[in-house]
Design a protein around this ligand. Structure first.
Ligand code: G6P
Length: 485
């Protein structure tokens, strides 16, 4: 076992996020198996060399809660697991409180607001049920605040992540005014005229919660300015758009723009291991000599999978030259299935996929390969194989798939990219960009991408990969720490 740091008040660097770097599953005999998570935050944290750093996260499942309860002073024993140097403290929050905070407020309300997902004639409805959820969101944010306050050394830097924890910076500042506090939004930010559909007190508390931070980070300038617009319109805060600062009740919060990039070293190494090679061979066999259009997403409303499939159908209907000459590989892995909207959306994706294969498929050609289970090596294999990548979200904080595919691509890949993805700010020049709501324009973009000459495709892919890796996760993380001072 490794040396255990002092259990309280000794961490010079802290990270807080709902989903932590590890999760647990329990086997039939009750033993717990640990899994390392993926994503930019986990890679970014590998830059921390300080063994006293602490990552505070929530237990997300019964297995996580069991592991959290078994952990001495709440810290998981990660010895022997490749999860970086820091300690992980997993909070065992009451399951009902957690569900109301995570499903009710974070994922059904704040996520919907920032991604403009509401069908407004019928939803949202802010009633008593929402008020209970909002109260739970407060309790859940308090649990994080108290854990951070207990773990932080004097003057420590605390980096709070995302919309789950928007009340933490303000509350933490009250408990521990000595700390340097950063908040980072991995989502877009809603424009004021949409944001103010939230109940007035909720809208204001979320903004003032984040303004409790010394710095509030965003993935693009567009989202940072939208946040500033909301602070000005709803709170009457003073905004300096050139300096990117918001001043409210005598305190100034600096807004930072940190465009998280792809982790090239990790991806290139991981994408050439035998498990990926094996999956690539299987995909190649299914595709044959045909061209490929690849998409990889969580089955997420904002990812716009349904319109992507409709665009592919339109392409096959209107350009018969592609019949039997293209295969669409769509990986849509499970996400947030506690929410009925996500279950319905998953069903809609599967329905349209069947319709496409019924309409065009032959005994020797399956026009669409849809997989709805998660398999990271298989996703990497598809990245390598793709002739065209389709990334068409309605709205997206960044979209790392758009950045990862050019890095991993074997022979160059044309990128069809939504202008509403954060990645658009960095990749627009060498992508074929689309209005994600326009299915015909998306079909045209797919056609252009499929017919792009090989030389041009390879050149563009090189430039896309360079732009996509400009700020690797480790640097992204260190930049924020440095900016906090
Ligand atoms: C987005 C959010 C993250 C979240 C991830 C997966 O990227 O910004 O905070 O962790 O989606 O969603 P989940 O609800 O499964 O954690």
């Amino acid at each position: 076992a490794t040396e255990r740091p002092d259990p309280s008040g000794s961490a010079p660097i802290l990270v807080a996020s709902n989903r932590g770097p590890v999760s647990f599953t329990s086997e039939d005999d009750g033993t717990l198996t640990l899994r390392r998570g993926g994503g930019g935050l986990v890679s970014g944290l590998s830059a921390i060399e300080d063994p006293n750093a602490v990552w505070v996260c929530a237990a997300l499942s019964e297995a996580d809660r069991t592991a959290a309860r078994q952990a001495p002073d709440g810290r998981l024993d990660l010895a022997g697991h490749d999860v970086g140097g820091q300690a992980v403290r997993m909070l065992d929050i009451d399951p009902g409180t957690f569900a109301r905070a995570y499903n009710g407020v974070a994922n059904s309300t704040l996520w919907f607001v920032h991604h403009l997902l509401y069908d407004t004639p019928t939803s949202p409805v802010f009633d008593e049920r929402f008020r209970r959820e909002w109260e739970s969101y407060g309790a859940y944010n308090t649990a994080f605040t108290e854990a951070l306050a207990a773990e932080a050394a004097p003057g420590a830097a605390v980096l709070v992540q995302d919309y789950h924890l928007s009340l933490v910076p303000g509350r933490l500042r009250e408990l521990r005014p000595d700390l340097r506090i950063g908040h980072f939004s991995h989502t877009p930010w809603a424009p004021p005229e949409y944001y103010r559909l939230l109940p007035d007190d909720v809208a204001a508390e979320v903004l003032t919660g984040i303004l409790g931070a010394d710095r509030a980070g965003f993935l693009t300038r567009r989202w940072a300015l939208a946040f500033a617009d909301c602070c000005e319109a709803l709170l009457g805060a003073e905004v300096d758009r050139a300096a990117l600062t918001v001043t409210y009740r005598g305190r100034t919060t600096a807004l930072g723009v940190h465009g998280l990039g792809a982790d090239a070293d990790f991806l290139r190494e991981r994408a050439h291991r035998p498990d990926v090679d094996a999956r690539l061979a299987t995909l190649r066999e299914a595709v044959g000599e045909r061209r490929t259009v690849v998409r990889v997403d969580r089955t997420e409303l904002s990812k716009n999978i349904v319109r992507g499939l409709l665009a592919y159908r339109h392409l096959l209907r209107t350009r018969p030259e592609w019949l039997d000459r293209v295969v669409h590989i769509a990986f849509a892995y499970p996400s947030r299935h506690d929410l009925p909207e996500y279950r319905e959306y998953t069903a809609a994706v599967q329905r349209i996929a069947h319709e496409i294969n019924d309409e065009f498929g032959t005994s020797t050609w399956q026009p669409l390969i849809l997989h709805v289970n998660d398999d990271f090596p298989r996703s990497l294999a598809a990245y390598r194989l793709a002739d065209v990548a389709l990334v068409n979200p309605i709205r997206d904080g960044m979209n790392l798939v758009a950045k990862e595919i050019p890095v991993v691509s074997d022979q160059g890949c044309a990128l069809v990219l939504s202008r509403e993805a954060g990645a658009f700010a960095e990749l627009a020049e060498d992508a074929i960009t689309v209005n994600p709501f326009d299915v015909i324009a998306t079909a045209d973009a797919l056609h252009r991408a499929l017919t792009m000459p090989a030389g041009e495709r390879a050149d563009r892919t090189k430039r896309l990969a360079a732009a996509a890796t400009a700020l690797p996760p480790q640097q992204w993380f260190l930049d924020q720490l440095t900016a906090l001072g």
